[in-house]
Design a protein around this ligand. Structure first.
Ligand SMILES: Nc1ncnc2c1ncn2[C@@H]1O[C@H](COP(=O)(O)OP(=O)(O)O)[C@@H](O)[C@H]1O
Ligand SMILES: [Mg+2]
Length: 238
């Protein structure tokens, strides 16, 4: 039985590369429920923040305190990258494989994978090598693969940045369903509209620190800081 891993408390965390501060100090708490959108100008540290929270970056200072044991923390979260990473296998095997790694028997894994393949409208490409799918199809598959293991927490780094409107729409639907089902979502986006459509709350990053956190509804209407106001106006922020 895996424990709950949230809330997560981050205290005074820094990520540095070759002595240079990339982000920090970061102080934030991730609650057990909700859809958080991380927004901010290019280079403000959005990707690095997600990587820190997911454990892909070690904090040079400070710490992350999870509400669960190490094994649960590892198993209960997943990360979807801007450019989806596919296994060199067929589309359906991309979903089956991680389930089998978690000890789910082949027939059950195949059944679950087939359900997801139809949910993401990939029935006709189910046996195609995943490398030959379109960008949108790959990203849908990456998200399905992340969700089949039912993580408590899912990170997504600009998952629709390279996709057209219809693929983006399908992906937003998948994410809204996951949100409804209780998955804790943390995602970065450049797209204001996407923030408005999906987010419960916003983390606004500026120059490597959290400049503002707010409920989405108030962030978009009444940003508290000049920088967020400028960002929302589409001004160039450095
Ligand atoms: N591995 C790294 N080494 C050196 N600098 C990095 C590294 N990763 C990110 N940076 C720098 O840190 C800043 C924040 O990067 P990033 O987290 O990718 O921002 P964002 O996702 O908001 O565009 C950028 O200026 C970037 O060039
Ligand atoms: Mg980024």
């Amino acid at each position: 039985m895996v424990d709950k891993i949230l809330p997560l408390n981050v205290k005074n965390a820094f990520v540095k590369k070759r002595g240079k501060r990339i982000i920090g100090p970061i102080d934030v708490q991730l609650s057990t429920k909700g859809f958080t959108m991380v927004m901010g100008p290019n280079g403000s540290g959005k990707t690095t923040l997600l990587r820190l929270l997911h454990g892909l970056e070690n904090p040079r200072e400070g710490k992350l305190k999870w509400n669960g044991n190490i094994e649960s923390v590892r198993l209960e979260q997943s990360f979807v990258f801007q450019t989806p990473i596919m296994l060199r296998r067929t589309a359906i095997e991309n979903i089956i494989y991680p389930l089998k790694l978690r000890g789910i028997p082949n027939d059950i894994a195949t059944k679950i994978a087939n359900e997801w393949i139809s949910k993401i409208n990939l029935e006709n490409s189910s046996n195609v090598n995943a490398r030959f799918l379109s960008g949108g199809e790959k990203q849908k598959l990456a998200i399905a693969r992340a969700l089949t293991t039912k993580p408590q927490l899912l990170f997504l780094d600009e998952p629709t940045a390279n996709l057209d409107g219809s693929a983006t729409k399908e992906i937003e639907k998948l994410l809204q369903e996951a949100h409804k089902a209780g998955t804790r979502l943390i995602m970065t986006t450049h797209d204001m509209g996407q923030g408005k459509r999906l987010a419960d709350d916003i983390i606004f990053l500026y120059r490597g620190t959290i400049h503002e956190t707010a409920k989405a509804i108030s962030f978009f209407k009444y940003p508290a800081t000049q920088e967020a106001q400028a960002f929302l106006n589409g001004d160039i922020l450095e």
